[in-house]
Design a protein around this ligand. Structure first.
Ligand SMILES: NC(=O)c1ccc[n+]([C@@H]2O[C@H](COP(=O)([O-])OP(=O)(O)OC[C@H]3O[C@@H](n4cnc5c(N)ncnc54)[C@H](O)[C@@H]3O)[C@@H](O)[C@H]2O)c1
Length: 319
């Protein structure tokens, strides 16, 4: 089997490539295409490049001619699309590139997947596509289920929801075999230091303030260690149904202030480093998703404990 992984020099994509390479046989091949934006780092692929059946190609998923030649040369059986602009604050400041990469880049990959007869296209989406759980909590006692309407709040979330719509239309119209994962917030080694956990560690190490948006004790996110995300996506790719959409969250929920306080405690740093900042525009108060489907349909079980994984992650940023 030939796997084309986009965005594989980023945080989750690089962990997924390591995981995939540990699972595959010697006849399988993994090709990673990544534009190496500010968020992509070739060092994230330091282990992967030691495998003779791995190849890295620097390129833009929006580049039709380049991507066509990559599909023609490598005949991918499975495409896994991680490539995206991913930071909500950046999407509020400059939305256009989010729709360009996250929507039009995905459409380019879909067109080429149809043209080159790809067996499975997997789209990595996000729990943010549902929008603010606080506004619909009463209707979903265990968190949003996969059939809940998508009501994205930020341009980032809207671009990911739009990409999902494109993916679904290619299944219906062109009979492309697709699946979609919607993971909750990820954390782990290699995450780019603009995101909450690595930013907290970086600022605390430098004795700098850690800004928290709005009423941070009442802003809740669900968190998952990146290696569970990789296991879940691999499970969906290998066992998931055609057209299957799967929420992925171990349902570990914590408010932003408590999370930052835990990190500061791990680092023996004073909680007084936390500084109140103005709220983010359109800020969702809470995300909560129900992962019964992946557990029941695909017998998936989450493996990683939050506290131990957090300590390990914090230590990796200190090294
Ligand atoms: N990190 C999370 O908490 C989280 C949660 C749910 C879903 N997701 C989704 O998972 C995927 C990966 O997220 P991440 O946190 O690893 O992101 P990341 O920002 O760390 O990595 C994104 C990667 O995509 C690459 N990229 C950007 N534009 C590209 C383009 N035009 N062509 C080719 N490559 C391009 C970047 O260079 C980078 O390597 C994204 O699709 C994101 O929406 C992330």
């Amino acid at each position: 089997m030939n796997y084309l992984i986009t965005g594989g020099a980023g945080f989750i994509g690089s962990h997924f490539i390591d995981f995939l390479l540990s699972k595959l046989s010697e006849t399988d091949r993994v090709i990673c295409v990544d534009l190496l934006t500010y968020a992509g780092n070739p060092e994230n692929l330091a282990d992967a490049v030691k495998h003779y059946n791995f190849e890295f190609i620097e390129g833009d998923i929006c580049d039709e001619a380049l991507m066509d030649s990559i599909f023609a040369k490598n005949s991918p059986d499975v495409v896994v699309n991680f490539a995206a602009e991913t930071h909500v604050d950046r999407s509020i400041a400059s939305p256009d590139i989010f729709f360009n990469t996250n929507l039009l880049g995905t459409v380019n990959l879909l067109n080429l997947s149809v043209k080159h007869g790809v067996s499975l296209f997997h789209q990595v989406s996000t729990d943010e596509v549902y929008g603010d759980f606080a506004q619909r909590e009463d209707r979903y006692p265990k968190g949003f289920t996969e059939d809940a309407a998508l009501l994205p709040s930020s341009p980032y979330a809207a671009s990911k929801a739009a990409a999902e719509m494109a993916v679904l239309s290619y299944m219906r119209t062109y009979n492309l075999n697709i699946s979609i994962s919607r993971p909750c917030n990820n954390f782990g080694e290699r995450q780019y230091p603009e995101k909450l956990i690595p930013l907290t560690v970086k600022n605390a190490l430098g004795g700098r303030a850690i800004p928290l948006y709005g009423d941070s004790g009442n802003i809740f996110r669900e968190w998952m260690y990146v290696k569970d995300t990789c296991r879940a996506i691999y499970t969906i790719i290998t066992l998931g149904n055609k057209g299957g959409i799967y929420n992925v969250s171990p349902s570990f929920s914590i408010d932003n202030r408590s999370l930052v306080e835990r990190i500061l405690s791990i680092m023996n740093k004073p909680h007084s480093l936390i500084k109140q900042a103005d709220d983010r525009k359109g800020h969702d108060k809470k995300y909560s998703i129900c992962s019964e489907k992946i557990k029941n349909e695909l017998s998936f079980e989450f493996e990683y404990d939050f506290d131990n994984s957090l300590i390990q992650t914090v230590q990796s940023f200190i090294k």
